[in-house]
Design a protein. Sequence first.
Length: 704
Amino acid sequence: MSTDTLLGCLNPQQKEALLHTEGPVLVIAGAGSGKTRLITHKYAYLTKKKHYSPSSIFTVTFTNKAADEMKRRVCALLSKDLGNCWIGTFHSQCNRILREEIKVLGYKPEFVIYDETDQHSLIRHILRELNIYEALYKGVTSRISALKASMITPEEFLASGDGFGFDEKLAKVYIRYQDELKKCNALDFDDLIMLTVKIFQDYPEILEKYQNRFKYILVDEFQDTNYAQYMLIKLLASAHRNISAVGDDDQSIYKFRGAEVKNINRFEEDFPEVKVIKLEQNYRSTQNILDVSGSVISRNPTRKKKTLWTERGRGEKVHFYWLPNEEDEAKYVAKVIREIYLKGEHSYGDIAVLYRINLQSRAIEEALRRERIPYRVVGGLGFYERKEVKDIIAYLRLVINPHDNVSLRRIINTPPRGIGAATINKIEQESKKKGISLYDAIRQICSGKSSSQGVVERLKGFVALLDELSGMRKQSPPETIRAIVELTGYAEGLPEERLQNIAELMASAEGSSLKDFLDTVSLITRLDDALPGDRVSLMTLHTAKGLEFPVVFIVGLEEGLIPYFKSFDSEEELCEERRLFYVGMTRAKDMLFLSGARKRRVFSKLQEQEPSRFLRDIPRDCCRWIEKAICRHTSVEKKQDNGNKKPVSVALPYKTGCRVKHPKWGVGVVRDCYGEGDDMKVCVNFPGVGIKRLALKFAHLERI
């Protein structure tokens, strides 16, 4: 691609940022303003026009997906492979550097990298060794991560006394943790950044080597950098000062991971000659969506003012629904999604439902399943696929049937009760040899002679537990779940979010018999496994960062959820919650639906909810505001008769999937049939013609 072509597809502000190649430039790129296009085009421009080699441009972003997309786009622009380029995440780039340089810190270049599970395992071991009760001392891993993100070593933390939120027990764990890592020649993710910065600070000759290697630095998502990451790019750019940082302070939502939005101000202080350029033309959303989201974020103080605009026109108004409870809210979401899909303009994959916390997904998932709408939970498991939920369901199945081998294998040592792999293997062998269930095999082992009396006693205890639980099959599911948690000690040491999931499971089981509840869960799982690839996306607002969808629903717009209740005492936290809501709204391209509920079960308690304070900031002329008393199912209407509301079931003449013939459009497949009487409608997909929504009394359809 020629230089003129590279510049020709950019707007004036993007072009200005691209052409500024001498000295620092800070690009404040509003949501949907084409920052990825700017970064990739600037990389190509530096290579073609300024003759930088790919190995001399240090380009960092935050996800492997974003890095791979950048490489793909740059290769397309240059029509060649980049070879030994430096486009990657902060962690992958630092890993490359440390493989060359880490020996100066006493590590071997063949170090291993511990993931989050490895970290938790090592820290649990240390807590046991130091006799620190883990259940009473939560969040150790995240607290150590925060210290590393702030470039605070164990020695500095210990010497700080009351500084840095000093905690004597945490200091002991941090010191032991780093000692164990070094003994194992291992690094965690935070070490990759912290140790690279430490080498650059302590060994100037190594820093100079990389300053000479990297002639230009490009930083994506700059607002998400923590202090250690900021120090890394500052040190690398401090010699030649050729750096482009691209970000948006309005989209800084990862404070809980150590991100510091004030790094944008630090950048301007450390590089006083910086040129600041704003990208305000939005290529994603309609003007109504931009006006609503812009009005909300404008209430944040200290932000860099920007006003996004688009050439896409005003588009549909933003919809806001206030509903009686979370079930009605979920039904409303499912109903509207179904209607949008049946119009034929959007596929299910074009639609996303966003929420503040994972617990909110349960009601939405169940409503979508009832409507047979396919979905996927992004960035996390579906509610009924979460480990603690599956564990409790396995116990419930054993209450009904102790010979369920699959469920027994899952929980025989969960929580740990000293029944190890060797014992389980012996039970399996006994089961196979005699053709009996694992439960019966355990009973036979317990009744026989064995030299391992300790193992036998543990197995007897397990059998006694199952027998006691079996006597509870007549109790309600919530009561049985409560008994399981108490008798097994399952909840001991569980993080708060997992405890909340168990409470949510209890709430979802109310009003059912145990057998019916288990049947429902089993059918849900099979249906979910059979769903096609075109699915509605369900995710938290944090997970949605960097994505876009033609249609977006944001649910739970209530005080305590958005903004989250933990932010109420801090203006800084409230500002971040406002940014989080803004990020969610700006994911929408064409249609944005907002909703809240007057009553919601939060952490197993039914609560009266107030509308989110952020709703007061939304201009009414950009929205449709609707308060619903009842959210109605498409095939079940609520009718008023002498003051009593009665559900009236409607017999539908055509089922989804059946084939019909139309006198004009030929043979088609029914996608839906709904309504009643003269208002009954049918939606049919005619190959080569498209989707038609027809009034049944005028359609003249013939079943075939």
